[in-house]
Write a protein that binds this ligand. Structure first.
Ligand SMILES: C[S@@+](CC[C@H](N)C(=O)[O-])C[C@H]1O[C@@H](n2cnc3c(N)ncnc32)[C@H](O)[C@@H]1O
Length: 257
């Protein structure tokens, strides 16, 4: 069980002390700077300040997406495929004076974004729409940063959702990869020159991750890879590495065309 400490209330190290005082043992993560791993899972109501939004439950691998996004002051940031809003909240906790737009196609899942933001007392512009058709839901300017937490096979989180093994079919992977590439192309058009897009999945398949990225880089001359190598783009975390979920990230910079 991983926690994400809300920087607006406490630093991770201060919150670690609060946990110690409450008799809850936890340790830090070497890269996810807001993450604490509990030695034993516990009821969230036992966690100091949970109801007041001091802390959330979120795997450290998911938290690394926002480390890579690196949101800056006064930026316009899009969280694409945002529901239930864990990463939207993390962006706002890290960067209180950024303007954040959260979009997802699933209206029901979006209600959980509102719930999460309310508990944490954060504000974002929440929009329901299809990421492949941004013209239908976005009339504003291009974004400084985009987090694309793409719909995926979720093969990296089977340890938490074992039914995925039963429900997934081999042919789903190609369909998901096609959807991801359509969303990637549409989102790239919404990114400013000089902007950064982080592509993330909780998948471990090559087609959704490194192969997806190689194909994107080959057809997108103004995209510069900022994590990994051309023949091995991005970073793949396998489930269990540092006790994290399986996850993939690619960091892309938009250069002058
Ligand atoms: C991996 S989940 C997002 C998790 C979320 N980012 C978080 O950290 O809480 C992927 C999301 O993509 C959304 N989605 C799927 N197809 C979409 C599309 N065409 N346009 C926008 N959102 C889509 C799903 O509704 C789902 O909420």
């Amino acid at each position: 069980m991983w926690l994400r400490v809300n920087r607006r209330h406490h630093s991770r190290d201060n919150y670690l002390e609060l946990l110690e005082e409450a008799g809850i043992e936890a340790e830090i993560h070497p890269q996810a700077t807001d993450a604490l791993k509990l030695s034993k899972p516990c009821d969230v109501n036992m966690l100091p300040g949970f109801a007041d939004g001091w802390v959330s439950v979120q795997d450290a691998a998911a938290q690394l997406s926002v480390e890579y996004l690196d949101p800056q002051e006064n930026e316009l940031i899009l969280d694409c495929c945002a529901a239930p809003g864990g990463k939207t909240a993390h962006i706002l906790e890290r960067q209180p004076i950024a303007e954040v737009v959260a979009i997802d196609a699933d209206e029901q899942r979006l209600s959980r974004v509102y719930d999460n933001l309310k508990r944490l007392k954060l504000e974002a512009q929440v929009v329901c729409g299809d990421a492949r058709e941004p013209a239908k839901w976005w009339k504003g300017g291009q974004f400084d940063r985009i987090l694309l937490d793409a719909p995926c096979s979720a093969t990296g989180v089977i340890r938490r959702h074992p039914d995925i093994k039963w429900l997934r079919r081999a042919e789903d992977i190609a369909a998901l990869a096609a959807l991801q590439s359509e969303i990637l192309d549409a989102m790239w058009q919404q990114l400013k020159t000089g902007g950064t897009l982080v592509y993330a999945t909780c998948s471990v398949t090559q087609q959704e991750n490194a192969e997806q990225m190689k194909a994107f880089l080959a057809r997108t001359p103004d995209a510069e890879l900022r994590l990994g190598e051309t023949d091995k783009p991005g970073r793949q975390i396998m489930p269990g590495e540092l006790d994290m979920d399986g996850f993939y990230y690619a960091v892309l910079y938009k250069k002058q065309a």
